[in-house]
Ligand binder design. Sequence first.
Ligand SMILES: Cc1cc2nc3c(=O)[nH]c(=O)nc-3n(C[C@H](O)[C@H](O)[C@H](O)COP(=O)(O)OP(=O)(O)OC[C@H]3O[C@@H](n4cnc5c(N)ncnc54)[C@H](O)[C@@H]3O)c2cc1C
Ligand code: FES
Length: 231
Amino acid sequence: MTEVISNEEVAPGVFRLAVAGQFDGKMGQFYMIRAWDNYPLLSRPLSIFDITPGRIEFLYLVVGEGTTAFSKLKQGDQVKLDGPFGNGFEAPEGKTAFIGGGIGIAPFYYALRQVPSADVYLGFSREPYMVEEFRAASAGQTHVNVGGVILDDLDFEDYDTIIACGPHPMLHAVQRKQQASSGRAKVYVSLENRMACGVGACLVCSVKCKDKRKKACTDGPVFPAEEVVFE
Ligand SMILES: Cc1cc2nc3c(=O)[nH]c(=O)nc-3n(C[C@H](O)[C@H](O)[C@H](O)COP(=O)(O)OP(=O)(O)OC[C@H]3O[C@@H](n4cnc5c(N)ncnc54)[C@H](O)[C@@H]3O)c2cc1C
Ligand code: FES
């Protein structure tokens, strides 16, 4: 068990949770987290938002039972973290864009601190959050779109590597935009499928891919965009 340092609401229903301890992880990987003993049964997956000496941070949106329990955590409370899990982002090559839709921005702060030259595109349907933190971490451009379509703000031809995380309709649109482009950019999507075990044992996170079904937790959550069959 590890101790909560802080749990701050940064926008309505969006919290930034800091937990004490020495943690590691590649950009794009996630941890399975629980803040309870027996119920709900399952831990919940959250992407690494940041790791610094002595702490790990997560940025999460309250959607149901587990994240509501997280939102009530106070300094000194105990949480259990398992991880890091998943394949994460490969070191991007060439000119890079990170695209985050809503809470899908979460993995890109840690990624940006390792690839500060990347341009970052943050799309929000309502109130934006963490924008100043992203600007401060970035040596590239930070684009913010509120209420529109973040994908309209970039041209795939301008980039060598593009990594996107967000709701499935957005990721499907990323795939279509890749198909309509010249194909210069390597394009990846990070899927936030529902998970139960996080370690490849239960098949809850199954993803339909062109060749066969894969597991978001161990084969992903990051996949080449052209591999995924969006339904
Ligand atoms: C690899 C990975 C990384 C993630 N990183 C983050 C992150 O950094 N920040 C964050 O806020 N969320 C992240 N998520 C999503 C997060 O895990 C879910 O929102 C959380 O598990 C919901 O738990 P709950 O108990 O609050 O909701 P539940 O009570 O289980 O469900 C409430 C509602 O949310 C929906 N829901 C549950 N899980 C998901 C999901 N994975 N995707 C979409 N809808 C879901 C349900 O269908 C239901 O409508 C990530 C998911 C994965 C797989
Ligand atoms: S969450 Fe259990 S196999 Fe992926």
